[in-house]
Ligand binder design. Structure first.
Ligand code: FES
Ligand SMILES: [Fe+2]
Length: 316
């Protein structure tokens, strides 16, 4: 079944720059999707399976007419999936030979799809603000983890791992402040698009706060005096054991393009620290509440777990 456990949601999929003309094949929650751009440059998304004999359309090519041509028998499909030409069969009834389209949007510098093939989306994507703010410069780092997306998502919402996994990078100051009797308190607030958490260590607030945007986005707001700096993790399910992560930073300082590489390098290092730990999670997928033990600092991840179990896991 298409998009099992991740159905009827908007998800960011790729940075816009990844699809110049196309076609680009990408797997999302077990379903194959092909992205390309029509003649007007607008992004199109189809299920990456030719309706004729099931081969991947992404192995084909996009012609001057903006149609994607299947590599097998050359059938051509428009951005909305309609069949536009069937070679050697001038009498073919095109209206019953179409490919399956997916709702697609280009917002900010990202391509988004709605995970319900052949339908209109009932809503629009709601990206974290810093991903669309014209005053910020953004970088996008893509990486693949060998884990179920729910483990990667929880890792992004988990604060108490900072002084351990990241003790030599972003968790260094917390690791230094921590004593054997330290206490972390997590504050948590429901938002229209998900939730917002803050945290205090031994009664001292940290002005950083962290947002969960349903279904699969994290935005961390890092306090720097007089500056704006935001980190995002966009956690895209590929299949049961693979997750594609887009780490996006947004800043209003050091905005020259050649400096992007520095931000990407830091993001790669921090993500790599998480990856080695998270990829060992067993069971692969986050289990129902009660099957792992939890404590007070797991408040935010438990909330995600509840959302996943109740709203996404059974979706198809
Ligand atoms: S399989 Fe695509 S045209 Fe035949
Ligand atoms: Fe981490």
């Amino acid at each position: 079944m298409a998009f099992q456990g991740f159905a009827r949601v908007w998800t960011p999929l790729l940075p816009s720059r990844s699809v110049t003309n196309g076609p680009v094949g990408v797997k999302v929650a077990g379903e194959k999707v092909v992205l390309f751009r029509g003649r007007d440059g607008k992004a199109a998304a189809l299920v990456d399976r030719c309706p004729h004999r099931g081969v991947e359309l992404s192995l084909g090519s996009v012609g001057d007419d903006g149609c994607i041509a299947c590599p097998f028998h050359g059938w051509r499909f428009g951005a909305d999936g309609t069949a536009r030409g069937v070679p050697l069969n001038p009498d073919a009834k095109l209206e019953r030979l179409g490919a399956t389209p997916l709702p697609v949007r280009e917002i900010g510098e990202l391509l988004w799809i709605y995970t319900a093939p052949g339908t209109e989306a009932p809503s629009e994507p709601v990206p974290p603000e810093a991903l669309v703010d014209p005053g910020l410069r953004r970088t996008y780092l893509e990486t693949t983890w060998r884990c179920h997306w729910t483990r990667a998502m929880e890792n992004m919402l988990d604060t108490p791992h900072l002084p351990f996994v990241h003790r030599r990078s972003i968790g260094r100051s917390m690791a230094r402040r921590m004593t054997p009797s330290s206490r972390m308190e997590i504050t948590w607030e429901e938002m229209p698009w998900g939730s917002r958490q803050g945290f205090r260590l031994d009664g001292k607030g940290n002005l950083a706060y962290l947002d969960f945007h349903r279904p699969n986005m994290m935005a961390l707001h890092i306090p720097l005096p007089g500056r704006r700096f935001h980190m995002h993790a966009l956690v895209v399910p590929v299949d049961d054991r693979t997750t594609r992560l887009i780490v996006a930073s947004a800043r209003d300082f050091a905005t020259l393009a050649p400096l992007d590489v520095i931000f990407d390098r830091i993001n790669a290092r921090v993500a790599g620290e998480d990856q080695v730990v998270v990829e060992t999670s067993d069971p692969v997928e986050v289990p129902p509440a009660g099957q792992e033990v939890s404590v007070a600092t797991d408040r935010a991840t438990l909330h995600f777990r509840k959302y996943y179990q109740e709203e996404l896991r059974g979706s198809a």
